[in-house]
Design a protein around this ligand. Sequence first.
Ligand SMILES: Nc1ncnc2c1ncn2[C@@H]1O[C@H](COP(=O)(O)OP(=O)(O)O)[C@@H](O)[C@H]1O
Ligand SMILES: CC(=O)N[C@@H](CCC(=O)OP(=O)(O)O)C(=O)O
Length: 305
Amino acid sequence: MRPRMTSSHDPVPALLAKAETLVEALPYMQRYAGKTFVVKYGGHAMGDPEAARDFAEDVVLMKAVGINVVVVHGGGPQIGAMLKKLGVESEFIGGLRVTDAETAKIAEMVLAGSINKEIVGWIAGAGGRAVGISGKDGNLIICEKVLGKREADPNSGIERNVDLGFVGDPVKVDRRILDTLTQDGIIPVVAPVGIGADGHTYNVNADTMAGAIAAELGASRFFLLTDVPGVLDKDKNLLTDLDPAAIEVLQQDGTISGGMIPKLETCVKAVEGGVDAAVILDGRVPHAMLLEIFTRRGAGTLIRK
Ligand SMILES: Nc1ncnc2c1ncn2[C@@H]1O[C@H](COP(=O)(O)OP(=O)(O)O)[C@@H](O)[C@H]1O
Ligand SMILES: CC(=O)N[C@@H](CCC(=O)OP(=O)(O)O)C(=O)O
């Protein structure tokens, strides 16, 4: 028998703490095996390589314990940087990028070409198997053109209808490609690009795309990884639980603004469309998803009906 170590650096308490953490995770593993989780990985959350490695490990671990994970990624800041490099002007109206034909090509290149394959690589590096696709593959996301947004003209102040170009709203999700990959033990990684019935390529807001997929799959959890701890109140305290009525109040009283407005609208649509719960989390925090899923300490903001 191996002698027990008796030094002042006795490793047993530390090992016991690790074992306790694993035991704490057991009921969550049992509850979630076979369930579907959709993870939206935002462009702001993916900046740091170490955080990206943690993210990939979380996704691979979730898959290893039997959760069907689908990743949908963003890349707004990365598209912005590429457009700047190429000297192409870009503007956002109502949280959506005005997308002419040239911008659509560049957005597709950055999203489906570069970022998508980078995430597939991180997952492979963490020991998982991923396949990168866009919403165009297998007719996954059929889009309709988003109708123009009403905006006040900066010079005259008169309201005008602004055409957003090739910005798509998902109107049909064909889940078969996701089911095929998932059943084969593969983690689908989806770029937010869709296809119109006319065969045109559309740039889709990544939150909107992930929400449409989460609703179609009837996901148990829809995670949105961003660059804030969750939804904050006016004093910057974290709001841990919200429902659609509370979100309506936050919108009316101006507590939420910018990108958080469409993000929460997407969450409300998802939970009203059959998703059990949406969670907004800080993707920069190491292993944020694992802590949320497998421990009693929740993180971020949980949104339920
Ligand atoms: N009440 C609020 N709580 C938290 N974040 C908020 C709030 N109101 C506005 N925001 C903004 O929403 C941003 C997150 O949305 P967005 O920039 O679209 O994220 P992503 O690119 O990750 O999808 C935060 O960085 C923050 O600036
Ligand atoms: C139409 C539209 O606005 N599309 C987004 C797609 C990327 C995205 O949504 O990325 P984040 O989640 O990182 O913001 C864009 O062009 O920036």
